[in-house]
Design a protein. Sequence first.
Length: 184
Amino acid sequence: MNEIDLFVRLTAALAKSAIPYMLTGSFASSFHGVPRASNDVDIVIAPTEEQLSELKDILSDGEYYFDLDDALDALRRRRQFNVIDLETGWKIDFIIRKSRPFSLTEFERRSQVHFEGLQLYIAQPEDIIVAKLEWAKRASSERQIEDVVGILRVQSKDLDYSYIEKWVQELDLQEQWDQARIDS
């Protein structure tokens, strides 16, 4: 099984449990920019407790490791929880959507795209840039800046720079943004 098979199963489970979602992280930055290898999948979700319980039932114990108590705690704390595909070892980071303005706007802007014959919801390139800049600030991660540089190189003419600059200013990401633009 490859990552496309995994995406097919995950998006079907999310649809069946009616959980709004968007692909983010390295797969989204690879989609919008320069591809790179990853061993986990990052998905932002906006579930209810009942929807998380249903998702747990759909992702059966024989195929996935899924701790419902951990997921419900993540929902209450607005954090993330992990699910492991036991067949492949892929780690899925389900990130509970935060209620702050950027997270709400980012989620509203997600779009449905064709990805390897599959339709799925994915974050916009501008939002991936802002999110990656935040991760770079939190973890002093060059990998995150490299992902931003990849998106800038591929999407440079199509990006909404005023939108990016607005969030860079609001989230105090100028240093990371400057570094990414210098590197691109």
